[in-house]
Design a protein around this ligand. Structure first.
Ligand SMILES: Cc1cc2nc3c(=O)[nH]c(=O)nc-3n(C[C@H](O)[C@H](O)[C@H](O)COP(=O)(O)O)c2cc1C
Ligand code: SF4
Ligand code: SF4
Length: 624
């Protein structure tokens, strides 16, 4: 079949679907965690019970993770409505109300996809979407990732069709002209990397997609593979053609079973339709892709360590040069790019380098995908033009801070990045602005903190992570990060000395300079940025033995305010796991500080009308 014929078939399948009632449900990992599979199962059972034959299609993630499970009902000549936070009890209501009847159940709806007006919010006009520009997320949550025709009907494989009629040099010229920089962290210009691989003399050459994604708080690449794997595959095939490779690998961590499963199906379908194999679409060009499952270590995401893992060795980074473009997998020229980097390629080929470079900032072109996690109201996934400010992301897209609390900071780019404070909320997110602020784009994880989070404790969390994940090859990374961690532990436990701050700064420089790979050389970033922007908190921990955010256990105490305690109630006594709370019925309750494990249970159960349990810091403030 020619591409046109495949496209016609895909379009007609898609149109047939649009011309009938059908239901989609987001069953990516986030949806599953919220119970989407049970909802899908129940919908199928309820439809069968009513002898109704209506397709129920499992899709990927719309990026609205806070609203899962999400169910969309598409009805012929009627509204397409997205329902959110669907529970099993609501399923019969939706079926009887909107599928059998004419009641759109708007009280359960997040919004409509078709028309604006009186029918509840129009989804594309929700504040979040007004600030977004979805390029590589645009199909996520709307198509069935296990149906290649859905992808093709929505623009898929047009980029490859066009690319195969171009010369490899023309393709590389387009990628270069677009200004696309790698989305795996360092932001290396993709086109230059492709050119290096193209001009490398040795053969065979390989293409590798890096889907390791080991940073805490990051889930962008998983969502793309679970929601729209064909676009990654298409980008890789174009890359293979451009550099002269015949084999490609998608490296995904084994802890992402759904991403692996959906990518496997996508590869099989692409092969069946002739987009992969020996003679792709009759062009004479052959390309094959396999999945390489990784064992999920942060360091395995580093390019040379990843190659080492694929060769069956320990995933330890090695010095560069030689670069992977010269000597990568099996010492052959290898092009390694991130999941998102490959995803942009079909669009750049189809819509042009100028179109892409017209989006974003001077040196950071296109869009950036971020995983929003932490204390915001609407965690999830977003795609925004480069240059969008942090403030827009926090307040317009992520819905502001939970419980009306104050924004304190955002850790960007996982452990390699840094923590930016409220005063930098107007920083545009792009490679250079973030680096200037002391952080970095990294792979795109953002963890938001409010006034209840402690800057020193946050730095300790990330240091603890990198010490465990260090491959141990470099002394400075293996022992230097551990030493940094021990100093932070001393500070959070009230054993810190003022000289520790200078020691942290000096050791941070040594660790940066003495580490072979990015893991070690960026490990001190969370310390350096929290010291730069929240130094007063370090000083309070050390000088006053006080944790201003009331987080560090050794520096806080739980106390029951006698004047507020309702003597008749015993909630705290019953819940305390260490029997630290004394006082019988009718008596004021008192916490025995020697027995208290600081689990916070009493604070959580004390009824809001009394609010008698408080946290104090420093401990010396405890009344006798
Ligand atoms: C410790 C460490 C972990 C990394 N993890 C990832 C990862 O999970 N995914 C990724 O694409 N790049 C990761 N990188 C960056 C890769 O080394 C490499 O730069 C990137 O995959 C290249 O693709 P790009 O040019 O498309 O960004 C990591 C780097 C370091 C130092
Ligand atoms: S910096 Fe750390 S993770 Fe990187 S090679 Fe050295 S020891 Fe291994
Ligand atoms: S739960 Fe609160 S009000 Fe009740 S006994 Fe404990 S401290 Fe007093």
């Amino acid at each position: 079949m020619t591409f046109r014929e495949v496209e016609d078939k895909a379009r007609s399948e898609w149109e047939t679907l649009q011309n009938r009632i059908y239901i989609t449900i987001s069953t990516a990992t986030c949806g599953r965690a919220a119970g989407a599979l049970d909802i899908a199962d129940l919908i199928n059972k309820e439809l069968a019970r009513r002898s109704m034959e209506i397709p129920v299609i499992e899709t990927g993630c719309m990026g609205l993770c806070y609203a899962e499970p999400l169910v969309t009902i598409s009805k012929l000549e009627s509204l397409r409505i997205v329902y959110h936070n669907i529970t099993p009890e609501l399923v019969p209501r939706l079926i009887d109300g909107y599928i059998l009847g004419d009641d759109p159940c708007l009280e359960l709806a997040l919004g409509t996809l078709e028309t604006e007006g009186e029918n509840g919010p129009y989804i594309p006009e929700l504040s979040r979407f007004e600030h977004e520009l979805r390029l590589i997320l645009r199909r996520c949550g709307y198509i069935d990732p296990k149906n290649i025709y859905h992808y093709i009907a929505n623009g898929g494989y047009r980029g490859l069709d066009k690319a195969l009629r171009m010369s490899p040099e023309e393709i590389i010229g387009k990628v270069k002209g677009s200004g696309l920089r790698g989305r795996g962290g360092a932001g290396f210009p993709a086109g230059s990397k492709w050119e290096l691989c193209r001009t490398a003399k040795d053969t065979p050459k390989y293409v590798i997609c890096n889907g390791d994604e080991g940073d805490p708080g990051a889930f962008m690449d998983r969502v793309i593979l679970e929601s729209d794997p064909q676009q990654v595959i298409e980008g890789m095939i174009i890359a293979g053609y451009a550099i002269g490779a015949r084999e490609g690998y998608i490296y995904v961590r084994a802890e992402y079973p759904l991403a692996v499963e959906r990518t496997q199906v996508a590869l099989r379908q692409a092969k069946e339709l002739g987009f992969l194999g020996d003679d792709i679409m009759g062009s004479g060009f052959g390309f094959h892709i396999e999945i390489a499952k990784g064992a999920g270590a942060f360091v395995s995401g580093e390019a040379t360590a990843l190659v080492s893992a694929m060769e069956g060795r320990r995933s330890e980074p090695r010095p560069r040069p030689p670069r992977l473009a010269e000597a990568g997998l099996w010492a052959k020229p290898t092009l390694l790019n991130n999941v998102k980097t490959f995803s942009y390629v079909p669009l750049i080929i189809e819509w042009g380098a100028d179109w892409f470079s017209g989006i974003g900032t001077k040196r950071s072109k296109g869009t950036a995908v971020f995983a929003l996690a932490g204390k915001v109201n609407n965690p999830g996934l977003t795609e925004v033009p480069m240059g969008t400010t942090l403030r827009e992301i926090v307040y317009d897209i992520a819905g502001g801070m939970q419980n009306g609390k104050r924004f304190k900071g955002v850790q960007i780019g996982g452990p390699s990045g840094g923590c930016l404070p409220e005063s930098l909320l107007d920083t545009p997110v792009d490679f250079d602005s973030l680096r200037e602020a002391g952080s970095m784009m990294g792979s795109g994880g953002m963890i938001f903190m409010d006034e209840g989070d402690c800057a020193v404790d946050t730095a300790e969390f990330f240091l603890d992570f990198v010490t465990r994940e260090s491959c141990g090859k470099c002394t400075m990374c293996r022992l230097g990060t551990l030493h940094l961690l021990h100093i932070l532990e001393d500070i959070t436990k009230g054993r810190g000395k003022m000289e520790d701050i200078d020691l942290l700064l000096a050791l941070a420089e040594d660790v940066k300079g003495g580490s072979l790979c990015g893991l070690g050389s960026t490990a001190p970033n969370p310390i350096l940025t929290t010291l730069r922007y929240f130094r007063d908190e370090y000083e309070a921990h050390i000088g006053e033995k006080r944790c201003p955010a009331l987080v560090c256990k050794e520096l806080i105490a739980y106390y029951i305010l006698p004047e507020k305690c309702d003597r008749g109630c015993e909630h705290c006594v019953l819940v305390c796991p260490t029997e630290a709370i004394k006082g019988g019925k009718g008596e004021v309750k008192v916490i025995d500080q020697n027995k208290c494990s600081k689990c916070s249970s009493c604070l959580q159960v004390c009824p809001p009308e009394y609010n008698a349990v408080v946290k104090l810091s420093p401990i010396s403030e405890l009344p006798p």
